[in-house]
Design a binder for this molecule. Sequence first.
Ligand code: NI
Ligand code: MN
Length: 232
Amino acid sequence: MPSLRYYGHSAFRIQDDRFSVFIDPFMSASPQCAIPVSDHKKCDFVLVTHGHADHFGDTLELAKKFGATVVATHELAVFCESKGVKVHGMAVGGAHDFPFGRVKMVPALHGIGSDPLPDGSQPPPSTPVGFVVTWGKAKSVYHAGDTALYSDMRLISEKKPLDVACLPIGDNYTMGVEDAARAAEWIEANLYVPMHYGTFPVVKSDPLAFAFRLEKLGRKCKILKVGERVEF
Ligand code: NI
Ligand code: MN
């Protein structure tokens, strides 16, 4: 059974006994996590939603250490390839089968910008995205990335309810609690996990308020602590 582990902010790892896939691995420099790349044991793929530093994070270091493949928009993938790592570029709306399952790149309504890396180079502007990861043949996780609420989110679970939906609630740069609860109303999932909050003062937000709203909607919310994981 695959598990979803939370590393704070929007960083997650999906893992089973065969594959280990990180999403938005902002970890070593995260005030919520601070796990150095050297502490990780395995990484096969890194999925990156966009070029902001609080998502790009340890992408290149993980890919270099483990020979992992970076999955991102074409523009970000080309940049990562120039840094000497394996990449798989995609564009929003597309899906692709990987050894661990299928990844669909879905829209995220957010900025196209990026932040400079420690070496002074900077990823190019690129469309921000979310991911629907179908693990194996059946289990699915939606990672919304950084996004505003948009009505086409309804389509994400239209054909089949998701197992887990990770939604940003920190406001300012993304949806806040109210809009994230609205998104949860539109997106069918067995479990909703809040993310992108509490890392910095500007994204301070109350996950309990999100959980309370979801409870009123009859939806199940799990507030993951940093390092905690759920099986799905
Ligand atoms: Ni961002
Ligand atoms: Mn962000």
